[in-house]
Design a protein around this ligand. Structure first.
Ligand SMILES: [Zn+2]
Length: 108
């Protein structure tokens, strides 16, 4: 799937394009005995990494390249704003709306 391709450049330049975060691997709290969490948290454990992928979109419009079943959220930050190193940008969105990226030393 491709993101919307109307007026790409003007969107980036005007700052209307914001970052959407797709939750790729949800971070979930569970209990070992499927009971409520104990007072001392002894039965609590976590699954997932909370890994996210960044997409370019508009505030009121979820990018089409985020799978329908995935959770997605946005804080309204500009797509051009640098991201934490742990969050990768969607290649489809990046190709459609290029931004200057500071590459980490270990990136290929
Ligand atoms: Zn995308």
């Amino acid at each position: 799937m491709k993101p919307d391709d109307e007026g790409q450049t003007s969107l980036v330049e005007s700052g209307c394009l914001i970052t959407w975060f797709e939750v790729v691997d949800p971070f979930v709290a569970r209990t070992r005995d499927d009971e409520p969490i104990h007072d001392d948290y002894s039965n609590l454990y976590f699954e997932g990494t909370g890994r996210m992928r960044a997409h370019a979109g508009e505030l009121a419009r979820r990018p089409g390249c985020i799978p329908a079943e995935s959770q997605a959220l946005t804080g309204g930050d500009s797509w051009a704003k640098p991201l934490p190193p742990a969050i990768v940008r969607c290649e489809v969105c990046l190709a459609a709306y290029p931004v200057v990226q500071i590459l980490e030393p270990f990136s290929s």
